[in-house]
Write a protein that binds this ligand. Structure first.
Ligand code: SF4
Length: 76
């Protein structure tokens, strides 16, 4: 899955939301999040993010952001 990280805070450009084929972006408290169980790992959103806030969760140190994405996307 891909995760949204802190570079998104107060950004919300929404470019990513428009390109996602499965509509798995949700609105968190002050940033957007990706629902990890809906994301199909297509990677289309990553280059669309002007803040470079979207990263694959295979990168180091993103456990915390995966938790944040999970928490806020499942409260809907
Ligand atoms: Fe949506 Fe693809 Fe980005 Fe996952 S990787 S959030 S499916 S655009």
């Amino acid at each position: 899955t891909y995760v949204v990280t802190d570079a998104c805070i107060k950004c919300k450009y929404m470019d990513c939301v428009e390109v996602c084929p499965v509509d798995c972006f949700y609105e968190g408290e002050n940033m957007l999040v990706i629902n990890p169980s809906e994301c199909i790992d297509c990677g289309v959103c990553e280059p669309e993010c002007p803040a470079e806030a979207i990263l694959p969760d295979t990168e180091d140190g993103l456990e915390k952001w995966l938790e944040v994405n999970t928490k806020y996307s499942e409260s809907w």
